[in-house]
Design a protein around this ligand. Sequence first.
Ligand code: CA
Ligand code: CA
Length: 247
Amino acid sequence: MRGRLPLLLLLMTVAGTLALAACTVGATPEPLSTPMPTASAAAAPVANADCSCPCPIPASAQAHAPTSTVPAVSVAGVKLTGQPFFVRATDEPDIRRCQGLVVAAETVTDGTFVSAQQCWDEGAVWWEEAAAETSWESGDLVAAADRWIEIELARTYTLREAVVQADNNDAYLLSYRDLETGGWLPLWTVPPAYSFGMVTRPDPLDNGKRQALPMIVATDAVRLEAEFGDGTYSVSEVQLFGEPSND
Ligand SMILES: [Ca+2]
Ligand SMILES: [Ca+2]
């Protein structure tokens, strides 16, 4: 009998550790393929009674839960500045090109995403760089800082989150206008999301998922430009979220 007490204590310790681990993991959304808990499993609230974290939410509820309640900012206008947009850099055939449609600048902030993986020059604001024609396959050219999509906000906002849909194999720099100097300062580098065509960041599978910006800033305008990529760039949607600011 004397040997059984330490064994029992050991088993209780292990069980407690596993319960704590289950509690921590419970905060992470379960895959949608996870079966819904059975009635007997759901009727075991005691198992989570000591959890300090919230108990797991059913997968069906998580799938439609809003990721944020920060309101969308209002946009006063969009302008394409610098070198021309919607112009081919060369007359040489390029297998990357599709139809090369021209769209209004305002489509960048119209609240509409193009279809995932849509061809980069069919429905987005696009541009090409001549320097890219010889070595675009490397996909890591530093973009020429010669043109920008400028988004004027309806007023001054404190920006907190953003969503950007752009060509998959490039990085784009989102900058904001400094309220005191009028100069442009970097805010977020929209990373490549290598796949095909147009891809939403931060989550290629969910246009509603937002990126928490690396800095919270007050501003009245932002701009987006190519940072690096393959010389063919396009942007179809920029969404910004934050509260009106009096700064
Ligand atoms: Ca759009
Ligand atoms: Ca590209």
